[in-house]
Write a protein that binds this ligand. Structure first.
Ligand code: GLC
Length: 534
């Protein structure tokens, strides 16, 4: 590759549209709200936005159940508004990435409706199978990711597969019409100027032949990361390659190793993939270093940029992940609720660490993802009343897993009480309630405070192009236990995850630090960017 492409160094801001900004006052975020906040994103200094699904959906899984891939959900706006948003974002210098959901459709999609009516050939686009034991028992032992069996029985007694909610039937990707349709959907949005797609459950589309039993939770899942999936992405890449400027793909693929992940990034497949180890790593220098080295070398092995994700709409917020004692190894369950119940969260500690981790993330080579609200230091809202919970995980797990609502709370923009400027005055209540103390974390409050995390992000994003973009490889520096130090180009990044302060290198000045007043000495749970004094 000759010159560096935008997506190899970009900072991408994830807009969870339901919770970003509500323009029309129904308590749900929308396109009008996003348009009104483009200046905010401009001032923040990100390069691109990724918008979670905005297509028509019965919202069995917050829009990841798509009923029509070529339209906009009426709660979010219209296709005309989507076009305007894309044009305005481009005019503001932002690339626009959408979310495509190819593993499953909504049960309200015309294809699934036709399948329920048993129209000729319609069931073949999905995975319908007869039950076992005379039909009463699901066709195999697969469990839904949200809990319970991955099969639901229809009125006529046959079963269909849904790896997620019953309202999300899995498509049959061996069917040529399914392949053709998705390539056409990609082209539809590329024609509207969209710059690329995040691919939902990219590792799920192809299932092992014959849909065999998994046989136990420790076994590799026959529904995921099958070799046949790669052929699909070669076809998608060919679609993207027809366009100028370049269109790109990002895989959401939860696979067991970096080696498996890098297969999605071969030169004729996807451009990049989320590297999720960062959001499973504890706040411990040794582990972070390991994760960084591995992510960089495995991405390099296929010529892709590494990517850094601290959180997203599926996992607990960073502040809360860091607000309790840290495990020695990787966080093995995505949720770790047990530890949550046993230990109280220290959000101030979590926030200090999240600030430091932001400087770590934004100084590394490659692409960084910022999930809305991360730049405000929002914590996971752990005490939602059960009756307001919306995530299908809650009910499907038999009310044992509270699910992901706590990281999806509408953003606080201004003011001292709900909806904190999320909706215009006099609006309906927001679709999830906001905590009483969130006025202090609103954008307006943080703009007034020079030391706020929002201003830290702004400063970091403003410095990043000068200090780190194109600065070359990470060179580790000798450091004390619990401390990470590396140089890239002329600058260095120092992160202290330990519990004693350390001296910063002599002859260097601090360009930016995660806490105010840092100079010469780096306290615990802090980070600094430094450069040699001239
Ligand atoms: C992805 C999405 C998640 C969704 C699931 C099913 O993991 O990020 O929010 O529930 O896919 O589409």
């Amino acid at each position: 590759m000759t010159s560096v492409q935008w997506w190899e160094t970009a900072v991408v801001y994830q807009i969870y549209i339901r919770s970003f900004a509500d323009g029309d006052g129904d308590g749900v975020g929308d396109i009008t709200g996003m348009r009104s906040r483009l200046p905010y994103l401009g001032a923040l200094g990100v390069d691109a936005v990724w918008i979670n699904p905005w297509y028509p959906s019965p919202m069995a899984d917050a829009g990841y159940d798509v009923a029509d891939y070529r339209e906009i959900d009426p709660a979010y706006g219209t296709l005309a508004q989507a076009r305007e948003f894309i044009a305005e974002a481009h005019a503001a210098g932002l690339k626009v990435l959408l979310d495509i959901v190819p593993n499953h459709t909504s049960d309200q999609h015309r294809w699934f409706q036709a399948a329920l009516r048993s129209e000729l050939g319609a069931r073949e686009r999905y995975l319908f199978r007869p039950g076992r034991a005379g039909g009463e028992v699901p066709p195999n032992d697969w469990q839904s990711i949200f809990g319970g069996p991955a099969w639901t029985r229809t009125d006529d007694g046959s079963w269909y597969l849904h790896l997620f909610a019953p309202g999300q039937p899995d498509l049959n990707w061996d069917h040529p019409e399914v392949r053709k349709e998705f390539e056409a959907v990609l082209a539809f949005w590329f024609d509207l100027g969209v710059d690329g797609f995040r691919i939902d459950v990219a590792h799920g589309l192809v299932k092992a032949a014959g849909l065999p039993d998994r046989g136990g939770p420790g076994n590799p899942h026959p529904a995921f990361d099958q070799d046949g999936v790669h052929e699909i992405y070669r076809g998608w890449r060919a679609v993207a390659n027809r366009y100028e400027p370049q269109r790109i793909f990002i895989a959401e693929a939860w696979v067991p190793s970096n080696e498996r992940l890098s297969r999605y990034l071969r030169p004729d497949e996807l451009h990049t993939a989320f590297q999720f180890d960062f959001l499973r790593a504890p706040w411990r220098a040794a582990k972070l270093r390991e994760v960084i080295d591995e992510a960089i070398s495995s991405a390099a092995s296929v010529g892709a940029p590494p990517t850094w994700v601290l959180s997203n709409h599926d996992v607990p917020r960073t502040v809360t992940r860091y607000a309790r004692s840290q495990p020695d190894g990787m966080v093995e369950s995505e949720w770790e609720r047990a530890r949550w119940v046993a230990e109280a969260a220290d959000h101030e500690l979590g926030r200090r660490r999240a600030r430091a981790c932001a400087l770590l993330q934004l100084s590394l080579p490659g692409t960084a993802y910022v999930y809305q609200g991360e730049e405000l230091g929002l914590e996971e809202v752990e005490e939602l009343p059960d009756e307001v919970r919306q995530d299908p995980t809650w009910l499907q797990s038999g009310r044992t897993d509270v699910g992901r609502d706590g990281c999806r709370i509408p953003l606080p923009w201004s003011g001292s009480q709900a909806p904190y400027g999320f909706s215009p005055p006099g609006s309906a209540a927001s679709w999830l309630p906001q905590p009483d103390h969130w006025g202090a974390y609103s954008v307006a409050a943080q703009e007034r405070d020079g030391d706020s995390i929002l201003n830290l992000y702004r400063a970091a994003l403003a410095l990043r192009p000068q200090l780190w973009v194109g600065a070359g490889d990470v060179r580790w520096l000798a450091s004390a236990d619990g401390v990470l130090g590396y140089a890239r180009g002329e600058a260095q990044c120092w992160v202290n995850t330990g519990d004693v302060e350390i001296a910063l290198p002599e002859g260097f000045s601090v360009l930016l630090a995660s806490e105010p007043g840092i100079d010469g000495v780096l306290p615990p749970d802090a980070a600094a960017w430094v450069r040699a004094r001239r």
